[in-house]
Ligand binder design. Structure first.
Ligand code: SAM
Length: 241
């Protein structure tokens, strides 16, 4: 998958995408990440990318023209069509379902705002959709872009080793439940022992325990995710035990 990121800090994106699962996926050719800096497309000695807002008030606004030239260059670098996604606190909240949708695309372009944001006319003319990573305000869209890059990359086939399989993760599966608790060595510890069932070697009992834990955790921590009418009879029984 190709991801182009329009940002005043391309080095931030390069660094955050060089580590762990994402870095390994890039090495394997599963992620092709490109940074584009609007400052490289700004005119004049100062290469200005922002100016004061009409109507007064605090902060600066990202200018149309450097962004327009930068986006045109990013689009021209590859013929594959790509949605232009603006990271914005005003966008639709990012969910795992949206991540899955984006992960299936061959390419996308992420636009990171700074200051008070981007001139509204650029957004209206060029942006396909706006995505928020949560109800709080960041100084820039780069962290949001890094979140999307990570979440979609780990869903690319071959990005995860078997041990890290995404299928067991929270929000995955038909009911989108939370993941069950995990334990490793030592089996006995001053902070508690690993549940016996996980050491029993009884695969059916382990699967049942994990399913029950997922159901319980979702019910306790994120009841908004649990649509009990969608649960099977067996799941409803597990939850009631
Ligand atoms: N004035 C804007 C508003 O209140 O909607 C906030 C601007 S914010 C200081 C600067 C940039 O950070 C935004 O243009 C956006 O790209 C990014 N940003 C801030 N919060 C975000 C969030 N929750 N999700 C995604 N991007 C965010």
């Amino acid at each position: 998958m190709r991801i182009d990121v329009i940002t005043l800090f391309p080095e931030f994106m390069a660094q955050s995408a060089s580590l762990g699962v994402v870095g390994r996926a890039a090495e394997r050719g599963l992620l092709d990440l490109h940074g584009w800096n609007p400052r490289d497309y700004a005119e004049g000695n100062y290469r200005r990318v922002d100016d004061r807002p009409f109507g007064g008030g605090p902060g600066m606004v990202m200018l149309i023209e450097p962004l327009r030239a930068c986006l045109a260059a990013a689009k021209a670098a590859d013929p594959t069509p790509a949605p232009v996604i603006y990271l914005s606190p005003q966008g639709k909240p990012l969910t795992q379902a949206k991540v899955r949708e984006l992960a299936a695309l061959p390419r996308m372009i992420l636009l990171c705002g700074r200051y008070e944001g981007v001139d509204e006319r650029f957004l209206a003319a060029e942006v396909t959709e706006e995505i928020s990573i949560g109800d709080y305000v960041l100084s820039g869209g780069e962290l949001g872009a890094a979140v999307i890059v990570d979440a979609v990359t780990r869903l690319q086939e071959g990005a995860l080793n078997d041990a890290e399989s995404a299928a067991q993760d929270s929000f995955e599966g038909p009911q989108g439940l939370l993941d069950c608790p995990h334990y490793s060595q030592p089996a006995q510890h001053e902070w508690g022992d690993v549940p016996d069932v996980l050491r029993s070697g009884n695969h059916a009992a382990i699967a049942r325990w994990r399913r029950q834990q997922s159901l319980l955790r979702t019910w306790l921590r994120r009841p908004d995710l649990l649509d009990e009418s969608q649960l099977s009879k067996a799941d409803r029984k597990l939850l009631a035990e």
